[in-house]
Design a protein around this ligand. Sequence first.
Ligand code: UDP
Length: 471
Amino acid sequence: MEKKTHIAVVPSPGFSHLIPMVEFSKRLVHLHPNFHVTFIIPSLESPPSSSIAYLQTLPSNIESIFLPPINKHDLPQDSHLTIQIQLTVTKSLPSLRQELMSLNSKSPLAILLSDPFASEVLSFTKELNQNALSFIYFPSSASSLSYCFYLPTLHENISGEFRDAPEPIQLPGCVPLHGHDLPEPVQNRSAEHYKMALQRSERLLSVDGLLVDSFAELEERAIRAMAQKETGYPPVYPIGPITQAGSNNEEKGSECIKWLENQPPSSVLYVSFGSGGTLSQDQINELAFGLELSGQKFLWVLRAPSDSVNAAFLGSSNKNNPLDFLPDGFLERTKERAFVIPSWAPQIPILGHNSTGGFLSHCGWNSTLESIQNGVPLIAWPLFAEQKMNAVMLTDDLKVALRPKVNENGIVEREEVAKVVRTLMEGEEGKEMQKRMKELSYASINALKEDGSSTKALSEVALKWKNMTIV
Ligand code: UDP
C-alpha cells in the first residue's frame, strides 16, 4: 500500500477561518487520497459551537484536535480583534508544539500548513523534520495577499497614516484604492495591531509556498504580479473557490428556504454580515427603514446591535433577541415581502436559491466567493478586516457590486439604502451586474473542473507534497 503523506493544519480561532481550511482539506483528500490531514485548533474561551458541529462531519482521513482554550482574562482587556486572534495562537504555541511532536512521533509530518494568523507555528517545521515544508493557506483574495506581501514596502514608502495619503495606493496587479480602504488593522500606525500585521506580512515571505482561495480567471493580474521572479515571493497557488457549496445542503427544510420557495425568481435581496458582523442601533434603524422604503423583498439575518463592528466574530454572542431592536411596527408593515431571521441563516442554500437576486453583504471573502459561485450581484457594505479592499475589487474592478455612501458619522442613511437596493434589484445597472456575475459564476465552476485552473494548481502542490521524503 502506498505510504500516506501526513499534513498538520493549524487554523486561527474563529468559525470562518476554519471552514475554508477544512473544505480545502476535503478537496485535497478527495482528489489525492494518499494524504492524511490532522487539524490542531487553537481557541479563545471555548471553540464556537458551529465549529464543533462542523468538525463532526469529516471523512476518516481528516482528524481534528482542539487545544486547551486560552482564557480571555489572559489577554489585554478590550484588545483589537486581530490581537485577540494573534495572541490566542501565540499563547497556544507550547501546546501546539507538544501536539505536533506527539503526532510526528506516530506518523512523521511532511507539511505544516497554517492560517496567516497562526504562522508563528511554522517556526517548528524544521524541528519536526529537516525536509518538511511550511505552507500558508491564505483564506482571502489574491489582491489581499498582494497587499500583505507589499505592506513592508508601503510601510517604508509612505509616511503618515495611509488614509491621509494624497494619491490612491497602487498595489501590484490591483485596482488603485484609497488608503482608507486598506484593511482596518493598518489604519493606525502607532497601534500594536499595526506592528503585528507587519510581522505577519514579513513571515509570509519566508514560507515554502502559499495556497490562495481565489482562481486565475477572477484575479489574473494580481496572481501574475505575485509570480514575477524579481519579486522574490514564494510560489502562490490559486486553488479556489473553496467554500462549503456542495457539502452544505442540509437546510432545505428551514423556514426561510420555504419562504423563498414562494417568491418570484431573482426577487429577494439577502442581507447578512457574515459570522460575526454587527451594526449599531442607529445603523439597524436606517437599514430597516431603507429596506422598507425600497419596496423590495428581502431576507435579513439580524443580529443584536453593538458599537463594535465585529462583536460576534469569536462566538461571544449577545443573548438579547435581535428582533427587539427593530423599529416599532417594522415586522408588521413589511410582513408581505420580508423574512427576518435572528442571528444565523443557511447562507449557501439561500444564495443558491432561484428567488435570491441580490446580496447585501459585509464582503467577507467566504461570502464574496459564495455569491460569485451562485452568480448573485452584491451591495458592498464592508465592516472590518480586509472587507473594504474586497468591496473595492467588487465595485471598481469586477463591477458586480454597488457600494452605498456613508455619511460623516459613518452611517448609511435610509434614502441611500433604498436607492442602492432599488438600483441593484430592478435597475439597468443591476441587470448588467447580474450578467457579469453569471459569467464569473461559470468561470468559478470551470476553475474547479478536472482540467480547470484551480484543480491543476492543486495537483501541482499535491505532487510537490507527495514527493517529500520524510524519514
Ligand atoms: N454564514 C452562514 N450563515 C450566516 C452567516 C454566515 O452560513 O448567517 C457563513 C457564510 O456562508 C460564510 C461564513 O459564514 O461561509 C462567513 O464568512 P465570511 O468570510 O463571509 O465572513 P466572516 O464571518 O469571516 O466575517
